[in-house]
Design a protein around this ligand. Structure first.
Ligand code: DAT
Ligand code: MG
Length: 154
């Protein structure tokens, strides 16, 4: 829908590599609206909740370690606009960079599944869950209308 929102996060490897601006630019230039933004070192509990559905996988422990070790923050964002959940996933590309199409974010900036630089919600339901998890505090998300909105959303 036109007002749907998704949770996008640049992971610590993406932050270390200076890719935050490029990620933001892609979503801005596509026509989406930034409604929340912050850098945090997540607690182990937050990362485990975020990846709860992967808790049985062999890479889970390493994944949580890499997200939480504080060698760089996670840069968390909420983007809003038409079909942004599905479009966000398409812009990010496949989980394994070997399968991410060239031109997608992962297809352009990374080569390892364990260092794939960015997260994006995979469904409307996960978006809602993840936005609440990472931006749960009141006032962290801003309702505003870009002056260009009517020229982008139809
Ligand atoms: P996505 O991030 O595309 O939603 P996912 O939810 O299946 O993918 O997995 C979450 C993250 O876990 C993924 O971005 C990187 C890591 N991961 C997934 N599969 C992995 C694997 N086989 N080895 C190492 N890390 C993996
Ligand atoms: Mg996922």
């Amino acid at each position: 829908t036109a007002s749907e929102r998704t949770f996008i996060a640049v992971k610590p490897d993406g932050v270390q590599r200076g890719l935050v601006g490029k990620v933001i630019s892609r979503f801005e230039e596509r026509g989406y609206k930034l409604v929340g933004l912050k850098a945090i070192v997540p607690s182990k509990q937050l990362a485990e909740q975020h990846y709860a559905d992967l808790s049985a996988r062999p890479f889970f422990k390493g994944l949580v370690e890499y997200m939480t070790n504080g060698k760089a923050p996670v840069v968390c964002m909420v983007w809003e606009g038409k079909d942004v959940v599905r479009q966000g996933r398409a812009m990010i590309g496949a989980t394994n960079p070997l399968e991410s199409a060239p031109g997608t974010i992962r297809g352009q900036y990374c080569v390892s599944v364990g260092r794939n630089i960015i997260h994006g919600s995979d469904s409307f339901e996960s978006a809602e869950k993840e936005i609440n998890l990472w931006f749960g505090k009141a006032g962290e998300l801003i309702d505003w209308e870009p002056a260009t909105w009517g020229w982008i959303m139809a």
